[in-house]
Write a protein that binds this ligand. Structure first.
Ligand SMILES: [Zn+2]
Length: 440
């Protein structure tokens, strides 16, 4: 607390007593606090750093100067996510990644920019910057990412969510320029996906997506945990978050090679809330959400692979809510009830189950080529919070137990991770091709 009671040291007054005294005296604590609002102070500090970087072109050539400014804005968002400065700080972070990309040309920087813009619109849907973030995202996708179809999806999201917003004319203009240069459905042959889907398989082409006719399915791959949230740890302190990211990154590459459009919820060791993960998938109107994890147990002999699918059609979920609370500390039960009610009409449980079963079968088969003792723990309905927010078929894969001596060692092995990732990609790809073959 930066201010003190004028007549005595604040430290000697119990905070509640202090508040009561403030009320009794008619003092407005808000005004006093507002004079030294910590979020504003941090935001101003970050802006000063940003302006200083903009003024020093030699500094701009060094990555760490950019990440330092990004970190300064990130402090505002992570410490004061509900402050009025937070949406602007997040929006600026996305812009910084985009500027950095213009210099570095690293794909990772572009992805960060896209991810963070998506986060602005998801996390702050009522902010005046939400539609700006979507427009920026679409522009980046179209111009830098050379992915006009993904840009189209984003623009359509913008137009449907903010039909009266001030970004509508620009969004319409960009949309029509994309239509005239790149017909929908040609994504499979664009620069980002060198192998056309039709060439990668003799199966029929992938199905259409309701929102983007004749476009390839959009799969969101979610590497579990990240940042401060390490997930489970192996005996040698290797973190689940790193295993998940390695496998997920490879799955994404393999699916892109098959002609799918793939978005990773994170591409680096960054923290992301559970609702942001599915929020991104919903915003992209993805066709499937695949979350990748590794398991852990207090029982050292527990091992095996299991896949969970989103199933909200059973009454038993109400009973399990309390148990779920223990798994996540960021939401309250009341939120979950709302989400459940919302989901019940939107999620295709059959498709989630079929996808989970296909993945589980392929994954166990592939894992056994490296480790014949792998246990098939099966396909299970789930109330994992990360799956709950998804409005599309959603699965969560537990690729093995990091707590098991042998399985834990395998899970940090590059070749084993590749084996698992390739199996997941084959299964997800096969799932969508089967849907087409059946005309679904
Ligand atoms: Zn996990």
């Amino acid at each position: 607390m930066p201010w003190r009671w004028p007549w005595r040291d604040m430290d000697t007054v119990h905070p509640i007593t202090a508040r009561l005294r403030a009320a009794a005296l008619g003092l407005c604590a808000c005004v006093l606090l507002g004079a030294a609002n910590p979020a504003t102070a941090l935001y101003d500090k970050a802006r000063t750093r940003y302006q200083s970087l903009k003024g020093q072109s030699d500094h701009q050539q060094y990555r760490h100067h950019w990440t330092r400014v990004i970190d300064s804005f990130d402090v505002v968002v992570s410490r004061y996510p509900k402050s009025p400065e937070a949406p602007g700080a997040l929006f600026t972070i996305a812009g910084l990644w985009a500027e950095l990309y213009a210099i570095s040309k690293r794909d990772g920087d572009l992805k960060q920019a896209l991810d963070v813009y998506a986060r602005v619109a998801t996390r702050y849907p009522k902010s005046t910057l939400a539609d700006d973030a979507l427009l920026k995202q679409a522009e980046l996708r179209a111009k830098q990412g050379q992915d006009p179809n993904a840009a189209t999806v984003t623009l359509k999201t913008l137009l449907s969510r903010f039909p009266k917003g001030d970004k509508v004319p620009e969004a319409r203009a960009l949309l029509s320029s994309l239509k005239s240069t790149q017909p929908l459905g040609s994504r499979a042959s664009n620069a980002a996906s060198p192998t056309p889907l039709a060439a990668a398989t003799t199966q029929p082409p992938v199905p259409t997506v309701a929102s983007t006719p004749s476009a390839a399915p959009h799969i969101v791959i979610d590497p579990g945990h990240g940042g401060k949230d390490t997930g489970a740890l192996t005996a040698k302190d290797k973190a689940e978050k790193a295993i998940a990211l390695a496998i997920a990154t490879r799955v994404a590459e393999q699916l892109r090679a098959q002609g799918f459009v793939v978005t990773l919820t994170r591409t680096a060791d960054t923290s992301l809330s559970l609702s942001e993960r599915t929020g991104l998938a919903n915003q992209l109107q993805a066709d499937a959400f695949v979350s990748i994890h590794a398991n852990a147990s207090r029982k050292p002999d527990a091992h095996g692979i299991e896949t969970y699918y989103l199933d909200v059609t059973h009454d038993r979920y109400a009973l399990k809510l309390a148990a779920l609370e223990n798994q996540t500390n960021e939401h309250e039960v009341s939120d979950l009830r709302l989400i459940l009610a919302d989901l019940a009409t939107k999620v295709n449980t059959d498709q989630s189950y079929t996808l989970a079963r296909t993945v589980q079968t392929q994954l166990v088969k592939a894992a056994r080529t490296r480790n014949p003792k792998v246990r098939n723990l099966g396909v299970k309905p789930s109330l994992f919070y990360v799956l709950l927010g998804a409005r599309m078929p959603a699965i969560l894969i537990e690729t093995g137990f990091v707590s098991h001596k042998q399985e834990g060692t395998l899970l940090v092995d590059d070749a084993y991770q590749t084996t698992l990732a390739d199996a997941i990609a084959v299964a997800v790809g096969g799932h969508f091709r089967t849907l087409v073959a059946r005309g679904e």
